[in-house]
Design a binder for this molecule. Structure first.
Ligand SMILES: [Zn+2]
Length: 373
């Protein structure tokens, strides 16, 4: 993903909506559904929840006990997807000191999966995670029945394990270790990263070596977390647009039980897989299966693409507003190979488009049910 400001939603105003009684939440869900029906016909309309794109603002902390009282209210929003084999959610930004709020926010908007940054995505430095905050996060996951396997933290943009520059590589390696330690503290078991980028096409093999060495190094220091490599769009010298490159990294990783892949639909489309058509989706998954292996598939990033097929540009768009289109996501939502995986939206937010609650509902409206593909 790219452009955190565009693609993440802060938790501002969530507190207000958390305090709604269940009846009001149900009503707002119904209103949201009527907007969704309009969207299916034409386009997304106004956002029902005021969200902000600001990272790191301030917010009054919600006590865990209060969060528990809210559980019953928010559970009504979650009904739409509870019988589904699909676990759809959104990448949500977090407020300073309140990382646990991402979990309750996700539940509140009907999410059954969650993506998040563990630090500012454009900074090398991170404030250490306080144990009190980590404990609250673990408690929230337990109380909201949000399994760790549906939560996928995302690496900061500055991390580049493919870099031939020793200082950048060293900082990236240290960052990966810190991030995996943070996952451990939060009770999380998956960590998504962009594989990295080299300098020119001739350095691909060396780049794969560096990336795998970095992962092996981090694996040696931190147990229990699976590193999930994200497929990329073939932009510039980024690694991971070709499945062979992902396989090349996996081949070099010693502990194969702690390495996996997250398929980003926008990146795959930009790399040349025509996900606007069922045949294109099948082609991509068949290739993935033969080159990488389906058992390595751990997650999906569900994004439409601003760029045309094969454009190599990493530019996310709201569901149905890009070149993949609504039909493409109808097939994606009924693809059995995506069952029981976190499916995380990383679409842009604006006051007019991209309310994650509406996009989650829209995706679930495509789901035909068990066995109907
Ligand atoms: Zn992504």
């Amino acid at each position: 993903m790219k452009g955190a400001g565009e693609r993440t939603r802060s938790l501002k105003s969530r507190k207000k909506s958390n305090q709604q009684p269940a009846s009001q939440i149900q009503e707002s869900t119904l209103k949201s559904k009527s907007r969704q029906r309009k969207h299916q016909g034409q386009s997304l309309t106004a956002c029902s929840v005021k969200c902000s794109m600001v990272e790191g603002g301030t917010e009054t902390e919600t006590e865990p006990s209060q969060a528990l009282n809210e559980r019953e209210a928010v559970s009504s929003v979650r009904k739409s997807g509870t019988k589904s084999e699909k676990y759809v959610g959104a990448h949500l930004s977090i407020q300073a000191g309140g990382i646990w709020k991402a979990v309750s926010h996700s539940v509140e908007i009907g999410g059954r999966a969650l993506g998040l940054f563990l630090r500012s995505p454009r900074s090398w430095r991170a404030r250490p995670l306080e144990e009190k905050a980590a404990e609250r996060f673990r408690l929230c996951c337990k109380e909201y029945d949000f399994p760790a396997r549906f939560i996928l933290p995302h690496s900061p943009y500055v991390m580049n394990l493919g870099s031939p520059k020793p200082d950048v590589y060293e900082k990236s390696r240290t960052m990966l270790v810190e991030e995996l330690q943070c996952c451990r503290q939060l009770g999380l078991t998956l960590y998504n990263m962009h594989p990295g980028a080299g300098i020119d096409a001739t350095s691909v093999d060396e780049c794969l070596n560096r990336i795998a060495d970095g992962i092996n190094y981090a694996h040696g220091l931190v147990e229990g977390v699976t590193v999930v490599l994200e497929n990329m769009s073939c932009q510039g010298t980024t690694i991971g647009g070709k499945f062979e490159e992902l396989r090349g990294i996996i081949d070099r990783v010693q502990d194969k039980s702690r390495i996996g892949v997250c398929l980003d639909t926008c990146h795959a489309f930009a790399a040349g897989y025509d996900l606007s058509k069922k045949e294109g989706l099948q082609k991509m998954l068949n290739e993935f299966s033969s080159v990488v292996g389906l058992h390595y598939l751990k997650a999906v990033h569900v994004n439409d693409s601003k760029g045309a097929l094969g454009c190599h540009l990493d530019r996310h768009e709201n569901i149905g507003r890009g070149h993949i289109g609504l039909e493409g996501f109808r097939h994606i939502m009924n693809e059995p190979r995506f069952n029981d995986l976190p499916m995380i939206l990383e679409t842009p937010y604006s006051p007019v488009h991209g309310d994650p609650r509406e996009e989650i509902e829209l995706l679930y409206s495509f789901y035909k049910g068990k066995g109907n593909t």
